[in-house]
Design a protein around this ligand. Structure first.
Ligand code: SF4
Length: 339
């Protein structure tokens, strides 16, 4: 089914719902598809006769599946639209069917535009779930220009070859030794900046939505981000009372890491409490009288949303630097890796 510029393979979800005789379904869609909820609901309802509940909870990634919240509402399955599956999230309490949304945008124009910006001959290709289906065509374009494209599988958290998440760049990192630079297909700057931080190789970002190519901007953003992170680490050094954020979203849960963080703080003579929540926000934390937060939930909370919070938020790796256990020169991006 095509909706709002995306091919959503809701037909495959219908097949599973029918085979398994599911009667009550919860649907979860990202913000961009909420406007198009009627065709989706109508189609599934007509084809399966199931009762449909639509979740308005945020849906930033496959880590973010509504699930145990619906357990007492007789929901048989969750149809999670817009992301590919990540390990450990499927079949958690309630079975989950992941349905990717493939962008219908033609990426060839922006890839051609990116060719003069590429460095060297060996090019690592990475993208987000929405453009995975274009990678083969992108490889052909690169080959036509005498370049050698490389696409790698990431770790077990990653569904498809060439795919990166905002918290996992392993499909790029696995190519670091082989390539001269990376070509990222997709929108936004978080993914290419994270890839640059993780691989230390030049990243050229080709955005098919705006038909723009970014190279120097990615480097500049990385430098800005590092300046900001350095400031956050410095600010956290004088903190005495820490909140350790533990995300309850299935794909963001890092409780073991949270306990390790607490041990580190104990050893440094700092006070700390473990704080759990599904969706952290500046409002939900404002009642606590704490000096600093260490986030073990989505890495983007500390990096992307930093300015929204009144107190410094750092990642566990940044805490190691703040406590003198790691050198600033070895700074690495916080990733949720698996396997
Ligand atoms: S943890 Fe954050 S970056 Fe990773 S998939 Fe979830 S929303 Fe995206």
């Amino acid at each position: 089914m095509e909706i709002s510029g995306y091919i959503v393979d809701v037909e495959s979800a219908v097949q599973i719902i029918t085979q398994k005789h599911y009667k009550t379904i919860a649907i979860q869609v990202p913000e961009g598809l909420k406007r198009s909820i009627f065709p989706l609901v109508d189609f599934i309802k007509k084809e399966t006769g199931a009762t449909i509940l639509v979740s308005a909870d945020p849906c930033y990634g496959a880590c973010d599946v509504v699930n145990y919240e619906l357990k007492n509402m007789d929901v048989d399955c969750v149809v999670h639209i817009g992301h590919t599956a990540i390990a450990d999230v499927e079949n958690f309490w309630i079975p989950t069917i992941f349905v990717n949304a493939q962008s219908t945008l033609d990426v060839s124009k922006v890839v051609e535009k990116a060719i003069p910006s590429l460095i060297g001959k060996k090019i690592g290709l990475v993208t987000t779930a929405q453009h995975l289906h274009t990678l083969e065509a992108v490889e052909k374009i690169l080959q036509k220009h005498g370049l050698e494209p490389f696409v790698a599988q990431g770790d077990e958290r990653i569904d498809s070859k060439g795919q990166i998440l905002g918290c996992n760049f392993s499909a790029g990192a696995n190519l670091t030794e082989q390539v001269d630079c990376f070509l990222f297909i997709g929108s936004g700057t978080f993914h290419p900046v994270g890839l640059l931080m993780s691989t230390k190789k030049p990243v050229i970002a080709a955005d098919p939505y705006t038909n723009t190519v970014k190279k120097q901007e990615i480097e500049d953003m990385k430098n800005n981000m590092l300046r900001q992170r350095y400031g956050a680490i410095l600010a956290s050094r004088s903190a005495q009372r820490f909140g350790i954020l533990v995300g309850l979203k299935r794909g963001q849960q890092r409780i073991k890491l949270a306990y390790e963080v607490q041990q580190m703080l104990d050893a440094a003579g700092k006070l700390s409490v473990l704080i759990t929540q599904n969706e952290f926000s500046p409002v939900s934390l404002q009642g606590f009288d704490l000096d600093c937060y260490v986030s073990t939930a989505c890495p983007r909370i500390a990096i992307d949303d930093y300015l929204q919070y009144k107190k410094p938020i750092i990642t566990p790796l940044e805490l190691e630097i703040a406590l003198g256990r790691r050198e600033w020169e070895t700074y690495v991006f916080d990733e949720i890796l698996q396997g």
